[in-house]
Design a protein around this ligand. Structure first.
Ligand SMILES: NC(=O)c1ccc[n+]([C@@H]2O[C@H](COP(=O)([O-])OP(=O)(O)OC[C@H]3O[C@@H](n4cnc5c(N)ncnc54)[C@H](O)[C@@H]3O)[C@@H](O)[C@H]2O)c1
Length: 252
């Protein structure tokens, strides 16, 4: 079955972690991919890794918090590949670990710009193309912090809850036009983001892992398998769902 062959995907935050792992899995399946990241180095490296697998990719450097740059990565994809079948709306930042009353206003705004406005603009402009083309599949990246309260990261938790709200609302608005919108809610996953959270400390990592029923972080590749399934036609009946992928963290 060649479900993904020549299908066009945009992946944001594709220069590292979960975004990169998803690019590589889709590349193995023959998709054509627009790699979007604020980091030129990370994005170009992902494009090279995709090309090594024999798939086609372009890199668009963009800050997803900028509406104009979001519009640009959508326009450049249509110019290069003609359409958009799949969209992994994934870029996000964690902000700092600071209690709400002390949280710096400028950092609060930055987290909202990237994690909420970035996801909103991405959906807005991609859905316009998908409507013209008769449908498509979108996966937004929420978090376990989008399902339960997460002390220390109020803007991160607020924006990830907002991603869930956007996902479910867009499902109701566009299901009749062939567009599916789902979200994933990863728990701690072994990427640079968790390294920053734990500041590279093995002790802090072990403390986080001890709170996860599975006893370990997820891997970006495990998350990528879920994303690729949700992006593809095998999940055609799944719409408006928010999938925890967290070793049982939010079940208890
Ligand atoms: N790692 C985890 O434990 C975890 C858990 C739950 C949710 N998530 C979410 O998964 C997503 C991916 O994170 P990751 O763990 O792969 O982290 P990561 O830091 O490894 O990768 C994030 C990528 O996003 C890019 N990026 C950051 N700001 C950007 C911007 N303004 N515009 C475009 N690109 C930008 C970075 O350059 C980086 O390449 C994020 O939305 C994150 O909140 C991660």
């Amino acid at each position: 079955m060649e479900l993904y062959k020549n299908k066009v995907a945009i992946i944001t935050g594709a220069g590292s972690g979960i975004g990169r792992a998803t690019c590589l899995l889709l590349a193995e399946k023959g998709a054509r991919i627009t790699v979007v990241d604020i980091s030129k180095e990370g994005g170009e490296e992902t494009v090279s890794l995709i090309q090594e697998l024999g798939a086609e990719a372009i890199f668009v450097q963009a800050d997803v918090g900028s509406r104009d740059e979001v519009k640009q990565y959508v326009d450049e994809t249509v110019k290069a590949f003609g359409t958009i079948d799949m969209f992994f709306n994934n870029a996000g930042i964690e902000g700092s670990v600071t209690k709400l009353a002390e949280y710096p206003d400028d950092l609060f705004e930055k987290v909202v710009d990237i994690n909420l406005k970035g996801v909103f603009y991405g959906m807005k402009y991609v859905i316009q193309v998908m409507l013209e083309n008769g449908g498509g599949s979108i996966v937004n990246t929420a978090s376990n912090a989008g399902i339960v309260g997460t002390p220390g990261v109020s803007p991160y938790a607020a924006t990830k809850h907002a991603v869930v709200g956007l996902t479910k609302t867009a499902t109701g608005e566009y299901a009749g036009q062939g567009i599916r919108v789902n979200a994933i809610a990863p728990g701690p996953t072994a990427t640079k983001m968790m390294e920053r959270f734990t500041q590279g400390s093995e002790e802090a990592k072990v403390a986080v892992e001890s709170g996860i029923p599975a006893g370990r972080y997820g891997t970006p590749e495990e998350v990528a398998h879920l994303v690729v399934y949700l992006l593809g036609d095998q999940s055609a009946i799944i719409n408006g769902a928010v999938y925890p992928i967290d070793g049982g963290l939010t079940a208890l």
